[in-house]
Each structure stands twice: as C-alpha cells, then as structure tokens.
Ligand binder design. Structure first.
Ligand code: NAD
Length: 477
C-alpha cells in the first residue's frame, strides 16, 4: 500500500512506514520541549490558515455545515494545541514525591518519557478532530506517530495526509485505507495504540495489542442515556438535548442516545423537543432539505441501518412522535422522536448513531438506576434535574465514562477534564494533561543516598535480631 512521508520518501507498506518511524524515534528519543512546542505551533498555524480547506473537505464527505466544522472539528483541535502549549512545561517537569518513613534518606520523582512509536486509528464522525486531537497529545509527550484516518471520509483523510506533508518532517506519517490497512498496522509492534471507534473493533484492537503487549487507549461508543427528572427545567432541557442529539446529525459518540423521562412530564418534554428541533436545526421553520444547519447521514449503509432500526421499533409497538422526509439519495434523514419503545427493540439495544431519539418513561428512581445498570457502562450519562438528591443518587449508583448535569456533550471539550469511557465504552483517557499521560510512560526514579541506607536493615543474613526488628516494622509502618 503506497504512502509518503515528508522527506519525499515514498514508502510502500505499513511495515516500511513503521520502520522509518522507529528509526526516527531512535534518533530523537526524547525530543526537547522547545522542539515539541515548535511542532505544535506549526500545526496550530496550519489549522488556523486552512479552515476553508477543512470545511470543504468535511462538506464533501457528509455535508457538515460550515460553522459546525469550525465548532466541532477545528476549534477542539485549536483548543487542544493551545492548552498543550500553555501547559507542556509543567506537564513534562518531573514530579517530586515525598519519601515515606521507611524510605527516609531517598529522593524520588516521576519522569515522563515518550512511549515511542504510536498508532492512531480514527473514526469518521469527527474525522479531523478525532485524528488530529490525539496527535496533539502524542506530540506533546514527545512521540512519533502513524495516523490511519477513516476510509469513510476520504476527502478529510486526504486533507490530513496533505497537512502532515506540509507541517511535519518525518515524525508523523499518514496511511490511508480501510480495515485491511488497519489490520496490517495492528500486526506491527507499536509502543502505544490510540483507537477511537466502535466497541466491536475496539476488541479487535485490544487483541492485536496483546500480541506485542502494546499499551492502549480505547475511545469507544455505546448508548448514552439522558435522564429527565420531574424537577427539570423543561424548555432549557429540551433545547440542550436537541443540540447534543442532532448536532452532526446524531452521529456523535456522546450524543444522548435515548431519553428516560419521568412519566408526569413526558408530553411537555416531547412538545418542547419538537419546537427546539425546528428552532435550532430548521432555521426557525420546519426542518427540511434546505435547512442550513442540519447535516446528513454519512453513507447509504448507515442510512438504511437507521431506517431499519426505526421500522423495527414501530413494528414492536413504538409510537412515532415526530418524523418526516427520508431521502436515501441525499441521505437527508428527518429528525425522529419515538416513544413507548419496547425494551426488545433494536433501537434500545444497539448504539443509534443517527438522528432518532427514542423515549422511555419512569416513575421512580430505582427503575432508572436498574435500567442504566442493566446495560453496558455508557460513554456519557446526562441528568437533567434541579433536585440535588436525585442527581447524587443517580451519580452514586451508576457508572459512566463521563457525566454532565443539566447539559450535554459539553464535558468533551473541557480542557481540564479527562475524556474517556469505562469498560465497553472505553479504556484510558484523553485530552489535555490526561492525553499527555496516555502517551507517556510515567517512569519512577528513586535516588539512594550514600553511606548507611535504611534498606540495609532488610539485607540477609536473616538473623534473630532482624526478625525481632521486623515485628514492629510490619505492625507499625
Ligand atoms: P469503526 O470502529 O468502524 O472504525 C474506526 C476505525 O477502525 C477506522 O479507522 C476503521 O478503518 C478501523 N477499522 C474498522 N474495522 C476494522 C477491523 N476489523 N480491524 C481493524 N480496524 C478496523 O468506527 P466508526 O464507524 O468509524 O465510528 C463510529 C464508532 O466510533 C461509534 O461506536 C462511536 O460511538 C465511536 N466513537 C467514539 C468516540 C470516543 O471518543 N469515545 C468518538 C467518536 C466515535
């Protein structure tokens, strides 16, 4: 498979690319902070200067509105780079740790060394953000990287390849293609694999990593619930849910997948959701193919999958509250709301990843907790409630990769919060300092003083005196 690096070298295989990066990493080993800043600054300038190219590429791939590209593709990367530039001195500084009483006389610290040659495999839904975002952490930590963006967004993937050629100098490479290329890459002994995608492929990645005992970060997906308590501020709740759900046409890993609404307020919430859909995504009128803020489904396969999911739910007894035109040629999928969805409908079992919002209702708190805990741990969990006791109870009794209270999706962009899933929704964290740590080996370094050391007390021969001495040590220290 053909690929190029920046020194003009055309490499033919994943193996050649890996070896070139390995050589590069061997030469630079632990690059200076100044050189890391230089790379990040060049990357930042490129993103700032090429927003138009980015908008065109993403639009060609799935008609993402131009402002949405700025918000959800360019800005998260720009923010990530600026945050890294502002904090890299502090992140890379060795962290001194205090000696405990049994380590008196020693000095210890944690140093942060690059893991080495890293592989970044990305999905299609935020094709630029989810490829270049992790690259920022990877470079801040001093690594070299091979990026394999998604084959489903060929225009954006090509732009990423061009960006790498224009910005870097052999320490980042891009290989384009689908799962065949990904499999070739996964067979190689990368030091770290950062994968963003589905839990199914995440398992393949984890198995492959085990062959070489590569460390992994898995940013996966799943069904993220939004729980709406009877105390919620309905208008505000509906507006925020509509934004989080229908942004990127529902193709967002942390979009509210389904709503769990208190029975008493169900009708009111549904009515407000409909109003907000037209307000936010229909340019203030009924949503249509002409709506400038509403995107498209990525491809025909996903379009048909969504249609089938909805048909399956209706066949099993769900009620359509809102639907409209479904145009498979343009992949325009009108926002849909369905209620009374039975638990055995596919839509309640599989990640939706599209503009369909199923609603189920609850009467008491324990029902909600049982429901959330009966499914794999979600990537995100949303609670809309003004009742602190209810919120705390949900937080305390359920598990999720991240939680956002009285809003949704915002937690993703907070530079000081770790982002990631738990078990089925992911392993490891990304963004800011946590992304830096994912790509770093936290190396403990202990320095012993000269002369007598406390550890001598434990050296053989294991005399009677030593046994007597050990008793209080085991008991008290
Ligand atoms: P995907 O798992 O199908 O593909 C992701 C990457 O893996 C692509 O680069 C693809 O080429 C590669 N791949 C696909 N099949 C493979 C195989 N058999 N072996 C090796 N590599 C393979 O995911 P997708 O459809 O691109 O994205 C949607 C999924 O990603 C959803 O589940 C979504 O929730 C998740 N996601 C998670 C996050 C997050 O940050 N946690 C962000 C975005 C998307």
């Amino acid at each position: 498979m053909k690929m190029e690096n920046l020194e003009g070298v055309v490499t033919q295989t994943a193996n050649d690319a890996f070896n070139a990066l390995k050589k590069r990493q061997f030469l630079q080993r632990n690059p200076s902070i100044a050189s890391r800043k230089e790379k990040l600054t060049k990357l930042l300038n490129w993103v700032m200067d090429n927003r138009l190219r980015l908008k065109q590429a993403v639009h060609r791939d799935f008609q993402k509105p131009s402002v949405e590209v700025d918000i959800s593709e360019a800005y998260p990367v720009i923010g990530e780079i600026k945050h890294a530039l502002n904090n890299i001195d502090q992140w890379t500084r060795p962290t001194k740790v205090d000696a405990t009483i049994n380590y008196l006389g020693t000095r210890s610290e944690i140093r942060y060394e690059p893991k080495g040659v890293c592989l970044i495999l990305s999905p299609w839904n935020f094709p630029f953000n989810l490829s270049v975002g992790p690259l920022v952490s990877c470079l801040a930590a001093g690594n070299v990287a091979l990026l394999k963006p998604s084959e489903e967004t060929p225009n954006t993937s090509q732009l990423i390849a061009e960006m790498v050629e224009e910005v870097f100098d052999g320490d980042v490479m891009v290989l384009q293609g689908g799962k065949e290329i990904a499999s070739e890459l996964l067979a190689l002994p990368f030091d770290h694999i950062f994968f963003t995608g589905s839990p199914e492929v995440g398992k393949i990645v984890m198995k492959a990593a085990a062959t070489h005992l590569a460390s992994i970060t898995l940013e996966l997906g799943g069904k993220s619930p939004a729980i709406i308590h009877s105390s919620a501020r309905i208008k505000e709740t509906a507006k925020r849910i509509v934004f989080g759900k229908f942004l990127n046409n529902g193709q967002t890993c942390i979009a509210p997948d389904y709503l769990v609404i208190h029975e008493d307020i169900k009708e009111e919430v549904i009515a407000e959701l409909k109003i907000q859909i037209d307000k936010l995504f229909g340019d203030g009128v009924s949503i249509s193919e002409q709506s400038s803020s509403y995107g498209r489904v990525i491809n025909e396969r996903h379009f048909n999958r969504l249609k089938e999911m909805m048909a399956d739910a209706v066949e099993k007894g769900a009620k359509i509250e809102l639907s409209g035109e479904l145009n498979s040629t343009t992949r325009f999928f009108h926002p849909a709301i369905i209620s009374e969805v039975p638990a055995n409908a596919r839509i309640m079992e599989e990640e939706i990843f599209g503009p369909i919002l199923p609603i189920i209702t609850f009467h008491n708190e324990s029902e909600v907790i049982e429901l959330v805990n009966s499914k794999p741990k979600p990537l995100a969990l949303y609670v809309f409630s003004t009742n602190k006791k209810f919120r705390e109870s949900i937080l305390h009794q359920t598990s999720a990769g991240s939680v956002c209270i009285n809003d949704c999706v915002l937690q993703f962009m907070h530079p000081n919060l770790p982002f990631g899933g738990v078990n089925n929704s992911g392993i490891g964290k990304s963004h800011g300092y946590y992304g830096f740590l994912s790509f770093s080996n936290e190396k403990p370094v202990l320095k012993q003083k000269r002369g007598f050391a406390l550890s001598y007390l434990f050296y053989p021969p294991f005399s009677k005196r030593m046994k007597t001495l050990l008793e209080p040590i085991l008991r008290w220290f």
